[in-house]
Design a binder for this molecule. Structure first.
Ligand code: SF4
Ligand code: SF4
Length: 154
């Protein structure tokens, strides 16, 4: 089921370096209605084609104002219940609100490196770019050639 924007929370990312929902949507569905001509709400975002939404939650997680929510299938999240994430720099907190009003929160780590950084080789030797043309020496092939004994506890 598609996402929708809470106009009471959305501020159009006016203090951000980008409009996060537009930036992140893999299907290019989110749009900032700058002059309000599409929705009657200037500087508020909208999901311009809800029927095309992948329900991937990327925009829900990326929105810095927690202004995007998702309409769920009733058999998964019944009326009155909700599932809402809060993304932090190193973890994500899922708030699960049940139909009876109870709320549970679950926090999970989401990174192994500081936000904005990556460790592409993860301790493995760097790829030899000269070997890329040779399909027999793909980078991932090295896992087949490694000494498996090093992973076996004695
Ligand atoms: S919905 Fe969130 S990410 Fe999109 S413009 Fe509004 S505040 Fe920014
Ligand atoms: S849930 Fe995914 S596909 Fe749907 S509007 Fe958000 S980012 Fe785009």
């Amino acid at each position: 089921m598609p996402t929708y924007v809470r106009t009471d929370k959305c501020d159009g990312c006016k203090d951000e370096d980008k409009v996060y929902c537009m930036y992140i949507c893999p299907h290019d569905l989110m749009l900032l209605d700058k002059d309000g001509s599409k929705t009657g709400h200037a500087m508020k975002a909208l999901n311009q084609e809800p029927e095309q939404c992948w329900e991937c939650y990327a925009c829900v997680k990326a929105c810095p104002k927690q202004a995007i929510e998702c309409r769920h299938y009733a058999d998964v999240v019944p009326l009155g219940a909700s599932v809402q994430p809060l993304r932090k720099t190193d973890s994500i907190i899922w708030s699960i609100k049940f139909r009876n009003g109870n709320t549970k929160r679950f926090q999970f780590p989401v990174r192994t490196t500081p936000e904005g950084s990556a460790d592409p080789y993860g301790g493995e030797p760097e790829a030899n770019m000269d070997e890329l043309a040779d399909h027999g020496t793909l980078f991932t092939k090295s896992t087949h050639d490694c000494d498996l004994d090093q992973f076996i506890e004695s």
